[in-house]
Design a protein around this ligand. Structure first.
Ligand code: M6R
Length: 619
């Protein structure tokens, strides 16, 4: 979850490293630090809190031409200056930044302590710096530059766990050695300079040539170039790839935060997900990246969607859509639980990995598990060139655009839309008539304009938010209720509210109400009821009546404002009419606005909620 950036070349390293850290801060923002490699010594600066805290303690300028930086999301050891990276070895000969978890840290620490080592932090990462330095001293003072690579390889030979790491050395000015096992790392190859980063976006403004390391590989970079090898010493001959153009530091425009900006970008995001993929004549979707013939689609035994968090909620919508339109058995699996349970993989099934970042460790691990057992996986991914996109090798890019706010918004709408495209193309190969297919196409085409219309609910949503966030007496909890296609949307609405506002929120299926959640209902606890004309309408109305009978205020969100609904609820947010199956896309819009307004009324950092990070790259 942490961000790593390194630079080696003729330019001053410090501003480049800080620029990279700014682009990586979304990965973690507990603390940040830099190490500047020099002749004979290394200077380290690190500070708890956001990057601005680090910048306040940095020298005005530094002549160092080689440096590494890190932005941390704490896994091991509290959030503090001491636990911030980089970590120095005991003699100050190496400084190291690390993303990942050392599983055998306790054993290694005991061993090092028995040999007299003292640690300055509580982190597992500092152990790595000690190990590298111990290997360097074994090689002796006259060890050549290649010895630094040997030392890192030998140290990592002792380690089990995950790492993306980078080191600078006091005695090898201008050299950075990086390594990867389970956490992403890429080398940026410029003209007479090189970069290393956990996300190539951190160096894309300087070079678009990147070499992506694979697990068990190391890279050494300096101003002259780069070399890669495996931990065992075999050479890796892999050329650089061209990565997408630098997105740069996005601008919030007129919006107070990226979250709101991204919510307002949703009509365009969904339009791009659909772009060129709908074939109205045949009532079908054309998904070039999946490359399955209708006959192959017909042979699919089951569709299994995999994802985490918001992506899991989109995956649940995918399951419902596939079953409705294609009549193929489908399920959505929490990627972390799935891979931990020794899954039974069916080679005739289609596995769909859903992810915004394409870097979520659990989703990547689940995909590897499916592939190892002979399963076929496609990605539904936003981030072009991400680890997941490369691992799947086939799939559908969402093209939702860069999402910087930690809480997902436009990526969710794009993911559900992407799932709808997969369900439509499978449906047309199996069960759906051309007429039904055309109706779905027409509904999908109309979605962006309807999302735009839904955004106009904002002033009323803000009034509701002010009541929920009432000063001194915020609602103790907010309940989100939905059935069928709207059950995953209820979960997503609750997740948005809790992660942005830190209020307790719970999403549940309408059918579950009487099995427990009803106990939470009372005059202080609002229930947001997601409802849409269709199969579940009447039963959701019954749930609304049950809540109101217990004096629980009900706010309904519904496309099309069916007759009589207004009288059944305390407040109604009416959306443009749309088919029941696509209601989750539209209904999320006011829920996102609500979460954001409650958070802002409570003074929360909307873009960077406490304890979270944009990409969860550790399991
Ligand atoms: O990048 P991914 O879509 O794989 O991320 C999955 C989750 O970590 C992510 O959706 C998370 O739940 C968001 N913070 C939700 O807003």
């Amino acid at each position: 979850m942490c961000g790593i950036i390194g630079y080696a070349g003729p330019r001053k390293a410090l501003p480049l490293v800080i620029q990279g850290l700014r682009l990586l801060e979304y990965r973690g923002y507990d603390s940040a630090g830099v190490a500047l490699g020099g002749s004979g010594s290394i200077r380290v600066f690190k500070k708890e809190g956001k990057l601005a805290n680090l910048e306040a303690v940095l020298p005005a300028s530094s002549a160092a031409k080689c440096g590494i930086g890190h932005t941390r999301w704490a896994t091991h050891g509290a959030v503090s200056d001491a636990n911030a990276h980089p970590h120095l070895g005991p003699a100050g000969k190496v400084a190291l930044v690390h993303n990942g978890i050392v599983d055998n840290w306790a054993e290694l620490k005991r061993e090092l302590e028995a040999a007299g080592a003292a640690f300055a932090s509580e982190t597992d990462s500092e152990i790595l710096a000690h190990l590298v330095e111990r290997e360097l001293s074994r090689l002796g003072p006259s060890c050549p530059r290649s010895g630094a690579i040997e030392a890192v390889a030998a140290a990592l030979g002792r380690v089990s766990g995950t790492y993306g790491l980078a080191c600078v050395f006091a005695d090898f000015p201008g050299l950075i050695v990086g390594a990867r096992n389970g956490s992403p790392l890429a080398v940026g190859v410029g003209e007479g300079e090189c970069f290393i980063a956990s996300d190539p976006a951190a160096f894309a403004a300087h070079t678009r040539q990147a070499v992506f390391l694979r697990d068990g590989e190391l890279a050494a970079i300096d101003a002259k170039g780069w070399q890669t090898r495996t931990l065992r010493g075999e050479a890796v001959l892999r050329g650089a790839e061209t990565i997408p153009e630098a997105a740069g530091l996005a601008d919030k425009g007129a919006h107070p935060d990226f979250f709101l900006k991204e919510v307002y970008e949703q009509p365009q995001a969904v339009e791009r997900t659909l772009g060129g993929r709908l074939v109205r004549e045949y009532g079908n979707a054309k998904l070039g990246g999946i490359e399955l013939s209708p006959r192959e689609m017909h042979g699919i035994s089951e569709v299994v969607f995999l994802g985490m968090g918001t992506a899991l909620h989109a995956a649940m919508s995918g399951k419902a859509l596939v079953e409705a339109w294609a009549r193929v058995p489908a399920r959505a699996e929490d990627a972390s639980e799935f891979r931990a349970a020794n899954p039974i993989v069916d080679p005739a099934a289609l596995y769909v990995a859903v992810s915004q970042s394409g870097e979520t460790a659990d989703t990547l691990a689940a995909v590897r598990e499916v592939q190892a057992k002979g399963g076929r996986v496609v990605g539904l991914v936003n981030s072009v060139g991400s680890s997941l996109a490369r691992l799947c090798g086939a799939g559908v890019y969402l093209h939702a655009g860069q999402e910087l706010s930690v809480a997902a918004s436009k990526s969710y709408l794009a993911q559900v839309t992407g799932c709808a495209l997969i369900a439509l193309s499978l449906g047309r190969a199996r069960h759906l008539s051309i007429g039904e297919g055309r109706r779905v196409v027409d509904e999908l085409v109309a979605l962006p304009a309807k999302i735009d219309e839904a955004l106009s609910l904002r002033p009323r949503v803000e009034e509701l938010a002010a009541r929920i966030a009432s000063p001194g007496r915020p609602a103790p909890s907010v309940l989100f209720l939905g059935r069928g296609f709207l059950y995953p949307a209820a979960l997503e609405g609750a997740l948005k509210l809790k992660e942005l506002s830190y209020l307790h929120a719970e999403g549940f299926a309408g059918g579950a109400l009487k099995h427990g959640p009803l106990a939470l209902v009372g005059p202080e606890t609002p229930t947001i009821a997601l409802i849409a004309p269709g199969a579940s309408y009447e039963r959701t109305l019954s749930n609304i009546a049950e809540v109101r009978a217990r004096r629980g205020p009900v706010i309904a969100v519904c496309p099309g404002a069916p007759e009589g609904l207004r009288e059944e609820v305390d407040e109604l947010f009416a959306l443009p009419p749309c088919m029941e199956e696509l209601a989750p896309v539209l209904e999320l819009v006011p829920l996102q606005l609500l979460a954001r307004s409650v958070a802002s009324a409570l003074g929360r950092d909307v873009d960077r909620p406490r304890n979270l990070a944009k990409s969860v790259t550790t399991e």
